[in-house]
Design a protein around this ligand. Sequence first.
Ligand SMILES: O=P(O)(O)OC[C@H]1O[C@@H](O)[C@H](O)[C@@H](O)[C@@H]1O
Length: 333
Amino acid sequence: MVDRAHKPSAISASSTGPQPQVDISADNSKVTAKLPTGDSVEVLLYGATVISWKSSGQENLWLSQKAVLDGSKAVRGGIPIVFPVFGPPPQNHATSSLPQHGFARSTRWEYLGKSTSESGALSRGGDDSVKLDFGLSQSQLSPESRKAWPYDFSLVYSVTLGKDGLQTMLNVRNEGRESFEFQMLLHSYFAVKVAYRGRWAAADGVEQNISRVSISGLAGTSYIDKVLDATEHSSSSPTLSITGETDRVYKSLKQDTTSILQDDKPHLDVVRDNLTDTVVWNPWKEKAKAMGDFAPDEGYKNMVCVEVGSVDGWQKLEGGDTFEGGQLVKSHI
Ligand SMILES: O=P(O)(O)OC[C@H]1O[C@@H](O)[C@H](O)[C@@H](O)[C@@H]1O
């Protein structure tokens, strides 16, 4: 059990009108929350991976049809949590024995509880929100992970579904005396669909064209292009079109919001909170095909990863200190 100062506590709900619903699946693998508006979020305890977020009846996250959800492999899609290292760990660093992207996405977390709030105008169903908290600490790690990264830490991940959108915040605490360094990132796979006859076409539907998707808000000092041998470039344009394999780490971004545009219209806004970096990733045709858990093959046309994080250098936490960072995602659908 993760110990912390602000444990979630149920705020008493008024007796009138519908209220947010929270359900734990019978096999204890997944927590689902639904607002009276119909908006919903599903979180797998494995990795505390958000695997679905629906608003206005539309799915905002992309989940591979071959995503492994039984806890034997990190989920291909949704929002896997990257901690305590991003990408392949560097040699000669305390994380060097960990797998790519660390252990948080491939360890079962504990569901700590929910808190709900409503405006009082429940019948309108518009102002409700529900927060789900998940915890992971050193004692829950596999012996291999504990050995590879022997620090006394605790993570609390808060997933809040409200009228503004979906907020996901990661709180990292050093429970020990020795300082440690970490990176963290919320590896969000967003669903992109292209307008078709005035409606949003289904993910595998008639028209698929990632080339009509662009990302704005990327003005920063520089970015690392992993497709070009991890060379550093200065970002000349604040907008990026996805027209081929894309794997860029934007560092020290100036503005808080990175938006996904479809046909130049805002689709999703990703607002960073206390995080300066953003990774934009699309594997494109060949790499998508090469991934055993990526399906359908053409799925790369319906997704883009916009991943907020702290991955440029390391965050250092002294014993007893905490760090919190995350995102608020707003859908324009
Ligand atoms: O296959 P994984 O481990 O889930 O990683 C997927 C991608 O994650 C991205 O964040 C990285 O920038 C990519 O380089 C990487 O390929």
